[in-house]
Design a protein around this ligand. Structure first.
Ligand code: BG6
Length: 527
């Protein structure tokens, strides 16, 4: 357990909480899953923490036939469902929902946008909002183009006045491959300037992800050893116990590489591997993570089979309960070869990381939900303690637990008390939950506030999206060119195909397994 030092002393670095100016936030795709699961619950949470002004206004825009009343009711049920039911504050919700409105409109119809402009202007007048507008595009990729164009045709893409702002938030996927990402960026830039565009990756909104920068750059002890001289290999694991949850239509065309690796996992690699930025501002931080993405060694198309391993969950029994295989899920093709698991090895070609392998692994229907970054340090140059009771080697490890149970763990060797020299690995473990009165903010809430304040630090810049796709594209090319590259089936509830262990195995390299297999079934098979 680690205690809070410097509490009530001047050592604490705190920034004053800023509340953004009121705006009208238009949500395209307001009747979709993201709005009800994430956006409205997180917005209500930040509103109850007084981080939003009283007259902050939400305008849902979607094809579904709803009115203000029914939209509010459905949002209320969602907030109750996805937040702390027992502590739901009905009075506060009644106040909040007075600022929620809905328009049932068509994305392709220009007249819809004329009505949208009129509605925004009337809300701004009624609520004394000074022309600040935020457009949130939570829509499938094929709806982006008409929305962007029609906003521009109706003059909704420019600032209303010199003192107001107009911004746009885009949800992933930012393209399906490198070519479509380049096209998409070009399309957006036709209508909006880069400083108006906020590409959201909710992983960067997680407190524990931002803490990677603080751990590395607010402490003197880690940085000197954070490089090829001391680090043996780096592992990033993001495991999910859930399957694809009714998202077959989307997922079967995406797969884990596009869904998790191209964005979330590479962003984690960016923060873990970047050089110290010259200052804590959006440009410096995003410049440094871009350099990491640009230094990722391209994987040769003929090497993909050896360094990138894909898997798909099969039907299984998890703790005695039947669990559906991926191909039995709704909207998934009968003989789909889409990967729900991926493990890969790559290098970052720069002075800090030259020769250090990076391993990343992500999958659905694994035994638990956990995301962590593990820095595996080199062993001691010589093994001094050799009793047969000792651990074979002392491997120091620093584990940054992104979720759940956010915190940091250091593993090191110590002497077991007694007359002989017995050595054992122990943990020094910090949990965020040990900090008194700390409640971690939700990722979307944090990012939405940042956007309203004009802080783009935690959003993905155009050049970073493109650099990440450049790295991913050869893998997609290889799977297309050599469709016989294996897809391994793995029973739901297991840690993925066993051969992922062979991918990492080198000297004493191993994945860290935070918990055991839960599947009652045997090994993996080839699909
Ligand atoms: C989303 C993916 O971006 O991230 C989902 O589309 C995935 O498939 C989710 O489940 C994981 O997010 P988190 O915050 O639960 O780790």
């Amino acid at each position: 357990m680690i205690t809070e030092e410097g509490k009530n002393q001047s050592e604490e670095f705190t920034e004053k909480v800023k509340v953004p100016d009121a705006c009208v936030m238009v949500i395209f795709g307001a009747s979709g899953d993201l709005t009800r699961r994430m956006l409205i619950p997180d917005l209500f949470k930040v509103y109850s923490e007084k981080l939003l002004p009283e007259n902050f206004t939400i305008l849902g825009f979607s094809r579904k036939d709803l009115d203000d009343e029914s939209f509010r009711d459905s949002m209320k049920s969602s907030v109750i469902e996805f937040t702390d039911k027992d502590n739901f504050n009905h009075d506060l919700w009644d106040k909040f929902e007075k600022n929620i409105f809905y328009m049932s409109e068509n994305y392709d119809d220009q007249n819809s946008y004329i009505r949208l402009r009129d509605k925004i202007e009337s809300l701004e007048n009624d609520k004394n909002i000074k022309g600040n507008r935020l457009f949130y595009l939570a829509v499938p990729p094929d709806s982006l183009s008409p929305i962007l164009k029609n906003l521009a045709v109706c003059g909704l893409n420019v600032n209303e006045s010199k003192r107001s702002w107009t911004r746009i938030i885009l949800e992933k996927p930012f393209g399906h491959d490198l070519e479509s990402a380049l096209k998409l960026n070009k399309k957006i830039r036709q209508y909006f300037t880069e400083d108006q565009i906020y590409r959201i990756d909710h992983y960067l909104g997680k407190e524990s992800v931002q803490n990677i920068l603080v751990t590395r750059f607010a402490n003197g002890i880690f940085e000197p050893i954070w490089n090829r001289n001391y680090v043996e290999y780096v592992e990033v694991t993001s495991a999910e116990s859930i399957g694809i949850e009714n998202r077959g239509g989307y997922y079967d065309n995406a797969g884990a590489l596009r869904d998790m690796v191209q964005n979330h996992l590479l962003q984690l690699v960016g923060y873990t591997a970047m050089e110290p930025p010259s200052s804590f501002d959006s440009k410096s931080i995003r410049d440094e993570s871009l350099k990491v993405f640009q230094s990722l060694r391209p994987i040769n198309i003929d090497e993909v089979e050896k360094t990138v391993l894909r898997g798909q969950y099969t039907s299984s029994k998890i703790r005695g309960n039947a669990s559906e295989g991926y191909r039995e899920e709704k909207d998934v093709r009968e003989h789909s070869r889409t990967e729900t698991f991926i493990a890969m090895k790559f290098f970052i070609d720069n002075w800090r990381w030259g020769g250090v392998p990076f391993y990343i692994r992500t999958g659905k229907k694994l035994p638990t939900r956990v995301t962590e970054i593990v820095i595996h340090f080199k062993p001691t140059p010589y093994r001094l303690f050799k009793s047969k009771h000792d651990i074979a080697e002392s491997y120091n490890m620093l584990v940054i637990r992104i979720q759940p149970d956010e915190g940091i763990l250091v593993k090191f060797a110590m002497k077991v008390p007694g007359t002989e020299f017995k050595v054992k690995n122990v943990n020094m473990d910090f949990h965020y939950s040990d900090l008194s009165g700390t409640q971690l903010p939700d990722a979307y809430g944090k990012l939405l506030i940042d956007c309203m304040l004009g802080d783009s630090t935690l959003f993905i810049r155009e050049d970073a999206v493109e650099a990440c796709w450049r790295f991913i594209q050869p893998i997609l090319n290889a799977w297309k060119k050599y469709p016989d590259i294996k897809v391994y089936g793995y029973p739901g509830g297991s840690w993925g195909p066993d051969c992922a262990d062979d991918l990492i195995a080198g000297r004493d390299f191993k994945w860290r397994y935070p918990c055991k297999n839960l599947s009652d079934d045997g090994n993996y098979c080839e699909l």
